[in-house]
Design a protein around this ligand. Structure first.
Ligand code: ATP
Length: 355
């Protein structure tokens, strides 16, 4: 049984109106976001949307041009990095190559003049915590990538910070190690109650680990919500298409405020554009496909994904993706004539895109 040190608790972190430009590139364009005490918040978004810059501002490695960072209500915008109460883990193993695992973990304690005996004890406790009790005397080159990241995590926790910052810590690892470390980080984070900000461009990672996911786009917050809500009730077309898979189908707004798509009329969720011709966003699980000799659609391809099969269909020149239970998809070979249906539900609509 691993020893878990007494929970240190977590701080509340607030970004207020953060701006940061690099030359003509705007990395942060007025970011407002609050991370609640003890929560794991994932910063998710496409490359260049400002995730890493936001994290570096919180760590104190980067100064914002405008805006503030508050920790438990105190403005720390101008506090130097080494006096902030945060531990950080980076993508690439940033361990000191000439130090053993134990000495890497104890490095910050040494800088703070903690006595040798106590340093050894804390390093052993932390290596135990991350599942590496036997690796204290190993050097980084004698450990796997996953083991090195565990040591980096232990090192980040050594000073008992109240905020943990993770910048793509799993992206250099192979798939299997990544999955087990995901669970390990989450377990640790929950048991310590430490406020954690996790930068990732991997939506599955964000959705599976986080209490809430903040989706950034061009330096601004699009939406911050628990994973299921982000998926079921995306606030914007950007979020809808970035998180999970979406169909973008041509539709027409009717005078009664409904939208008609593939012959089905559905209520509009949120705001509708001014134009009558719009795109309607529909998840593949809300599309049905059934064999029909008189159908007006054709199966293009299928991919078996385990319990569901994704069927790609051509319907009047539009590609439609449908997820069907695999046992219902056995007859759907490429070329099969089918009918496409939509489960009636409130849908997001976006301005019609050029095709
Ligand atoms: P990625 O997933 O690719 O790491 P990101 O969302 O983390 O992207 P940032 O690293 O925060 O994005 O970068 C945001 C924008 O600012 C990008 O256009 C990037 O090129 C630019 N940028 C970041 N740091 C610097 C810098 N030190 N000098 C110049 N431009 C920078």
């Amino acid at each position: 049984e691993r020893t878990v040190p007494a929970a240190v608790g977590g701080a509340r972190v607030e970004f207020r109106g953060l701006r940061r430009a690099f030359g003509t590139t705007t990395a942060l364009d007025g970011l407002d976001l609050t991370v609640e005490p003890g929560e794991l918040l994932a910063l998710l978004g496409p490359s260049g949307c400002g995730k890493t810059t936001a994290l570096r501002v919180l760590a104190g490695f980067e100064r914002p041009d405008a805006g503030e960072v508050l920790v438990d209500g105190a403005d720390i915008t101008h506090v130097p990095a080494n006096r902030r109460d945060a531990g950080m883990v980076f993508q690439s193993y940033s361990l000191f190559p000439h130090l053993t695992a134990a000495d890497n973990v104890a490095f910050g304690l040494r800088v703070r003049k903690v006595r040798a005996a106590e340093r050894r004890e804390r390093a052993a406790e932390l290596l135990d915590l991350v599942g590496l009790p036997q690796h204290a005397d190993r050097y980084p080159h004698q450990m796997s990538g996953g083991q090195q990241q565990r040591v980096a995590l232990a090192r980040a926790l050594a000073l008992r910070p109240r905020v943990l910052l993770l910048d793509e810590p799993l992206s250099a690892l192979d798939a299997k190690v990544r999955l087990s470390l995901r669970e390990e980080i989450r377990r640790l984070q929950l048991s310590l109650g430490i406020t954690t900000v996790f930068v990732t461009h991997d939506q599955e990672e964000a959705l599976s680990m986080a209490d809430r996911v903040a989706v950034l786009n061009a330096g601004r917050l699009e939406q911050c919500a628990p994973p299921a809500e982000l998926y079921r009730r995306p606030a914007t077309a950007f979020v809808a298409e970035f998180v999970g898979t979406m169909n973008r189908l041509p539709g027409l707004l009717t005078d009664s405020g409904l939208v008609e798509v593939a012959g089905v009329r559905m209520p509009v969720d949120g705001e509708a554009p001014q134009a009558r011709e719009v795109d309607v966003l529909v998840r593949p699980e809300n599309v049905t496909v059934s064999t029909a000799a008189e159908g007006d659609a054709t199966v293009v391809s299928t991919s078996f994904l385990g319990s569901v099969t994704r069927v790609h269909v051509d319907h009047a020149g539009t590609r439609v993706k449908a997820d069907l239970p695999s046992r219902e998809a056995t007859a759907l070979a490429p070329g099969a004539r089918v009918a496409v249906g939509l489960a009636p539900h409130p849908v997001l609509v976006a301005p019609r895109a050029r095709r």
